[in-house]
Ligand binder design. Sequence first.
Ligand code: F6P
Length: 590
Amino acid sequence: MPDTSFDLFHSASALWFVILASLCISFVALVISVMRARQSLREPATSEPLPVRALLREFEKNGHSPEASLVNWSPQTLRGILAKELPDAQVIVVSNREPYIHNLEGDSIDLVVPASGLVSALEPITRACGGTWIAYGGGSADHLVVDRNDRIEVPPDNPSYTLRRVWLTDEEQQGYYLGFANEGLWPLCHIAFTRPIFRTSDWETYEAVNRKFADTVIAEARNERPIVLVQDYHFALLPRMIRERLPEAIVITFWHIPWPNSEVFSICPWREKILDGLLGSSIIGFHTQFHCNNFVESVDRFLESRIEREDSAISYGGQTSLVHAYPISIEWPPAQLGKLPDVAQCRARIREKFGMADDVSLCVGVERLDYTKGILDRFHALDELLKQHPQWIGKVALLQIAAPSRGTLPAYQQLYEECVRCADEINERYGSDGYTPVLMVAEHHSQEQVYEIYRAAEVCMVTSLHDGMNLVAKEFVAARDDEQGVLMLSMFAGASKELLESLIVNPYDATMMAEALLQALTMASDEQRQRMRRMREIVRDNNVYRWAGSMLLDAARLRKRDALDRAMAAPPAAGGKLISIFDHKRVAAL
Ligand code: F6P
């Protein structure tokens, strides 16, 4: 029989032991936390150039407040922000692609606005803000129309800013643009399963061309403190180069394409240098939070830095960069709409132009001929629809506008050939006299022509395999003031996070896309109206002026914070009086 009194004695001792041990542990924990608190009071993160948390909290409170959505964002709003928040700041935009290209056509000079989301977004902004846009002068007549400083005032019909052209040799274009940017970084950043190609000679040229643009920024800057808007993956090294020579400049870098996860990014042999270059920026912008997170992960993995994850800020080499999502957009209302007739007339004109019968439903695809855009997948979806629902043969056609792009690269040549082959096969299979299911037009179209096509279409197919934002989706919505038409939108385009009333599709799933196409073609007019109305509200409210305005407001707050920091760091004045944080005059004068 067990001895119960012995057991009870042991249980009571064990209980006392547990209580005593817990008290000891709590006491030690208390002592440690008090010591830590005292330590942090003695050393308030003085190694940080900016109190990141406080700064970011302020940003969140102001920059992305609910009131921002109540503002009617327009060119006037932007000008107001510049005048009030950033007085005397010179705006300098830097991009590879220029907003206006002058080409020699026989004896005359043709003016071309390139097919580029970047240009569609930045042009109205630069028109509103004034300033200087620095870009590669790639047109055959570009050098004929500039002044002796390589400048020209644009837009040609109503000049409001300066275009400063930078000349590149064929070798520079080959190594920096075609090579490193478009055979290396472009496929690296897009999940399209095209292998990136990295060559040391391309990298060296990329670095040299970034340096050339940095020299031009310095030459164009009227003072030490311009606001430089660096655009896209052609200029990953430029922010650092500007920062070294103009430490007080505000450098806002916007990356127009996705940022890959850190494992994919690790493929790039110069990954640390690219990150270091970008972290010369005051603000680094992406279209989506997802891409911000990928960028922050990459920095975390490859650089010694301090990351405030919650606030999306990175302190590196004594400087803080904010990493924020600013979804890009288009101007509202779009300038093209004023130039076009009503939808019925656009519809009739496009049908006549492309020889389409009136009872054929028109689907359109509009983009640069690029393997990330899912053009072939769109063709496959139509093929699948006609296979599964043969009653649509003769009743639906796809007009594919594909602006030639980066055409000397093998991947682009191959894509063109595959598109033509696939279109021919579908036309062979289902076409008949007077009916061509796929019309592939690989030519540049002006924005006005593109808007006319949007207005003529029943369905717009945006089926990118991967896309930072995709402005075609927003342009289609903006073009439809009749509130009709259906948008099919890839779940892998940034725009799908905003345009939730579109038919969201997976471009890799031809069966699903064919069903979505059927749904689009048979959607009642009332449902089209409801969806389109909501999407139009979203594009109207989140227009491109809001995109730029949010970045400029953030820049203004950075500048004020910088002024304060410098005031606090400045040595005492001759009389020995310390500058107080409340010495507004001194701060304002800086
Ligand atoms: O989509 C990325 C991007 O750089 C855009 O920003 C731009 O509109 C487009 O590619 C144009 O490419 P490219 O200048 O090479 O013709």
